[in-house]
Every structure is written in structure tokens, then in C-alpha cells.
Design a protein around this ligand. Structure first.
Ligand SMILES: CC(C)(COP(=O)(O)OP(=O)(O)OC[C@H]1O[C@@H](n2cnc3c(N)ncnc32)[C@H](O)[C@@H]1OP(=O)(O)O)[C@@H](O)C(=O)NCCC(=O)NCCS
Length: 150
């Protein structure tokens, strides 16, 4: 992630969440300002952010997805709905594996069947079912890849 890219990344994050978990977004009611504050103050502060970009005419870069990772904890992996199914999620996950070759751990929502299938096809195994912290309180599942300890 480079300076000045946060706004575009937060837009992708929002579009991707609205498409993949509309039930949760409706319940949580986060505003664009909430998203921006949380991304800037927490996600970008505590993680390394990697973006997937497409280069257009005249060198203009469009952000199509991002990965937020802290050590062996893959915190966020989101691809714009219009860019899904093109291998971008796989490329970002490969980057995460390259950054943490000994293993990775991540949480996803139990209802997110598509993400779960995506991770399971790429070698992740579900190791614990639980509930995310308040105020979200959404059933979640911990996935691990490689030798990452619980
Ligand atoms: C999960 C996610 C990151 C995958 O990203 P992606 O760029 O779509 O991933 P890829 O294109 O590399 O692979 C997608 C898979 O769906 C398949 N697919 C086929 N048609 C597709 C389509 N029209 N759209 C999306 N995926 C399609 C791909 O073939 C691939 O299948 P495979 O797992 O059997 O190889 C993406 O769907 C996403 O951002 N989801 C919403 C956010 C989310 O749930 N993130 C994870 C939370 S922890």
C-alpha cells in the first residue's frame, strides 16, 4: 500500500463486504466514515497491507483487492466483487504464504461458505468454531495453514 491509497482500498473493502455478507452489514450499519476510521486507525496501524492492482492506459493503477497481514495472522483478504473469479484472491493468498512460510491463521464467518471453500481448497483446515467478539457476535471459524500452532 502506498500513500494516498487508503480511500480506494476502503471502497473495495466496503463493496466486497456488501456483496459477500449483506446480512451482517445490515445488522452492523457501519457508515463510510466508520470504515475509514477503523481501517486507518486499526487495520493499517497493526498490519502490513498489500494491494492487487490493474494497470490501465497511461499507467493509472486500479486497486482490485487487498490483504492485511500481521506475522502469521491473516486479518483481511478482500477482492472487489467485479474482479472476483480472476485469480486475484489466490495471488494475494500466495503473497501471504510467502510472507509467513511457516504457516497462517485466519478467522472467517461460518456463513461465508464461498470464502470457506476458497480457503479449504488452498490447504487451510478449520480448527475451531466460535463467535466473534462483541458487538459483532457472529459465528466464526478459525482456519490454519501449515504448522501454525493454535
Ligand atoms: C474469497 C475471495 C477473497 C476470493 O477471491 P477471488 O479473487 O474471487 O479468488 P480467485 O479468483 O483466486 O478464486 C475464486 C474461486 O471461485 C471460482 N469462481 C468461478 N467463477 C467465479 C466467479 N464468477 N466469481 C468468483 N469466483 C469464481 C474460481 O474458479 C476459484 O475457484 P477455486 O477455489 O476452485 O480455484 C473473494 O471471493 C472475496 O473477496 N470474497 C469476499 C470477502 C471475503 O469473504 N473475504 C474473506 C473473509 S476472511
Amino acid at each position: 500500500m502506498r500513500d494516498g491509497e487508503i480511500e480506494e482500498i476502503v471502497r473495495v473493502w466496503r463493496r466486497s463486504r456488501d456483496a459477500s455478507q449483506p446480512w451482517l452489514e445490515a445488522r452492523m450499519g457501519h457508515t463510510a466514515e466508520d470504515d475509514r476510521r477503523f481501517f486507518e486507525g486499526t487495520i493499517a496501524e497493526e498490519n502490513d497491507i498489500w494491494v492487487a492492482v490493474e494497470r490501465h492506459i497511461a499507467g493509472v493503477l486500479e486497486i482490485l483487492g487487498f490483504l492485511a497481514i500481521a506475522g502469521d495472522r491473516l486479518g483481511w483478504l478482500y477482492v472487489d466483487p467485479d474482479a472476483q473469479g480472476r485469480g486475484i484472491g489466490t495471488a494475494l493468498l500466495e503473497k501471504a504464504k510467502e510472507l509467513s512460510p511457516a504457516g497462517l491463521a485466519l478467522y472467517t464467518h461460518q456463513r461465508n461458505t464461498r470464502a470457506r471453500a476458497f480457503y479449504e481448497r488452498r490447504g487451510f483446515r478449520a480448527v475451531r468454531f466460535g463467535v466473534s467478539p462483541p458487538p459483532e457476535n457472529e459465528p466464526d471459524v478459525l482456519y490454519q495453514f501449515g504448522s501454525q500452532p493454535e
